[in-house]
Write a protein that binds this ligand. Structure first.
Ligand code: ZN
Ligand code: ZN
Length: 378
């Protein structure tokens, strides 16, 4: 159980309360009113309508994502005033665009390198990729896995034996006041997660589609140059090798952008309310809570690694699955004994610490908190 963790008050005392160090957050200017936990989802749904109207997003995806958003809104029993705050929305989006712009500027050199590598390897695209898009493959993985969690939790909370409930759910004590509220939370996380994950799973398609559009608009074709045609195998080989290495080279930048974005969303209260608060509904989360991240947050944090997105679509999907199974899902499994998961679990429990994906960024900016290792109770 988790009783041997320090109380939130103790954790607060141990964290430096001085001014936030330079570079730890994206400084924002101006203000906005607070409230509106679904405000960023509403903005995303307007973007989705525009994309569907212009045939960039298919009617199938539009209908499914909209259905999931409506289902999660209906399952959420909080008052509508807490869910939506339309008057606060313009100011909140003004603040959000500043964070988006600053993160994009941070990432710009990587976009330059990524585009250069894309020009080297674009002729390989059809030969190296599977005909299925990475969006479809990755979303299918999450759907199967998350549906498994939903079914097990639903079974445990409705007809399962007490022993099974303790094993798969109560032991994790995730947002559990009664089995009914827990069940509602499970299905809410499932539907809302399907909205955010649509953006997370689209990242490769968006990035490569954007690079190809830019290449065509600018009329750039390396292989129109005789020297490049002569050395095509060499150029493409080097481009591909550097793209694969890009998975590693992108880690320092993407974890830094994640830290700064995440901490800014906590520091700037109108942004916290409208974008990030919804993810913190899971105080002692389950793996399903790992999906309840706003699409607008996913846009910033997942677009910060353009070089790592150039790899063939099946390599990208495999890499994402490994990262999800080793990091993203266990980091939201309350009660786990895995040490790597404790860092983010402490963030959900104490909120004021551990903003980074890895402890390294928290160490650098003075927000690391190491909880005592929980032990399983009876
Ligand atoms: Zn957070
Ligand atoms: Zn989380």
């Amino acid at each position: 159980m988790l009783e041997n963790l320090k109380s939130p008050e103790d954790a607060l005392e141990e964290l430096p309360q001085a001014a936030v160090p330079v570079g730890a957050i994206y400084q924002t200017y101006g203000s906005a009113r607070r409230g509106g936990e679904y405000n960023s989802h509403l903005v995303f749904s307007v973007i989705l309508i525009v994309l569907a109207a212009t045939n960039i997003v298919s009617l199938f995806w539009f209908a499914w994502v909209t259905l999931c958003l409506v289902a999660s809104l209906l399952l959420d029993q909080r008052p509508w005033q807490r869910k939506v705050a339309l008057t606060a929305l313009p100011g909140q989006m003004g603040l959000y665009l500043q964070v988006l712009g600053r993160a994009f500027l941070n990432t710009l050199p990587h976009y330059g390198i990524g585009f250069g590598l894309y020009l080297c390897i674009y002729p390989l695209r059809e030969r190296l990729n599977l005909p299925l898009s990475s969006l479809f493959m990755l979303y299918a993985f999450y759907m199967v896995l998350r549906m498994g969690y939903v079914l097990v939790y639903t079974y445990a909370l409705t007809v399962g034996s007490r022993r099974l409930q303790l094993r798969v759910f109560h032991e994790q004590r995730a947002n559990l006041r009664t089995p009914q509220t827990a069940l509602r939370h499970v299905w809410w996380t499932y539907f809302l997660g399907n909205v955010g994950l649509f953006v997370k799973c689209s990242i490769q398609v968006i990035t490569i589609g954007g690079f190809e559009m830019l290449r065509q608009q600018a009329g750039l074709d390396l292989y129109a140059v005789a020297w490049c045609v002569e050395h095509a195998n060499f150029i493409q080989g080097v481009g591909l090798a550097l793209s694969v290495l890009g998975i590693l080279f992108s880690i320092p930048l993407s974890t830094k952008v994640y830290y700064r974005t995440h901490r800014t969303f906590h520091t700037c209260k109108p942004l916290y309310d409208s974008i990030h608060a919804i993810h913190h509904r899971g105080i002692l989360p389950t793996p399903l809570d790992s999906g309840t991240i706003s699409p607008l947050e996913f846009i910033i944090t997942d677009m910060s690694r353009p070089v790592a997105l150039l790899i063939p679509n099946w390599v990208f999907v495999l890499n994402e699955i490994v990262v999800a199974l080793l990091g993203h899902l266990p980091a939201h499994t309350s009660g786990t004994l895995r040490k790597v998961a404790q860092h983010h679990l402490a963030h959900h429990k104490f909120v004021v610490c551990n903003f980074g994906l890895l402890p390294k960024n928290d160490e650098r900016w003075g927000t690391r908190f190491v909880p005592n290792q929980p032990s399983r109770g009876k």
